[in-house]
Design a protein around this ligand. Structure first.
Ligand code: FES
Length: 149
């Protein structure tokens, strides 16, 4: 039986194995490639998307869990939040290789939805599961604070 969910505001179906991780449904079947494959084990955060507004690891969440729910990727953030994050990431020149950054931004968006004025500790705690091998953490922290302004 097909799994039906809302992706970035549009109803979509997936006819394959309901145990397929959301990451691969998005990337291989729905052509949404902003969520990235890093570890595949829920440990690095590169694959972060929102499920009903909360950040999840799409590599380790079966698409069956999304049935009847809303999946949001970077492309589907509200224009206000998406622009605030994009502008702040640009202002502080955050990305180095860039691979992890969509996941970082999705975790940041989740944080900002819950906490309008996060301090440094709030940001570090909220993004602790998002690994950046280039070590852009200090720029990410500044950008999240700017996006909250
Ligand atoms: Fe999903 Fe690393 S690829 S947490």
């Amino acid at each position: 039986m097909a799994v039906t969910f809302t992706l970035n505001g549009k109803a979509v179906n997936f006819d394959g194995d309901p145990e397929t991780p959301i990451l691969w449904v998005l990337r291989d079947h729905l052509d949404v490639t902003s969520p990235k494959f890093g570890c595949g084990a829920g440990l690095c955060g590169a694959c972060t998307v929102h499920l009903d507004g909360a950040a999840i690891r799409s590599c380790s969440t079966p698409v069956s869990v999304a049935s009847g729910k809303k999946v949001t990727t970077l492309e589907g953030l509200s224009p206000k939040v998406g622009k605030a994050l994009a502008d702040a990431w640009t202002e502080f020149d955050v990305p180095q290789c860039g691979y992890c950054q969509t996941g970082q931004m999705m975790s940041a968006a989740d944080l900002l939805a819950k906490n309008k004025k996060p301090n440094s500790d709030d940001i570090k705690n909220a993004l602790a599961g998002n690994i950046c091998r280039c070590g852009t953490y200090s720029r990410i922290e500044k950008a999240v604070k700017r996006a909250a302004d």
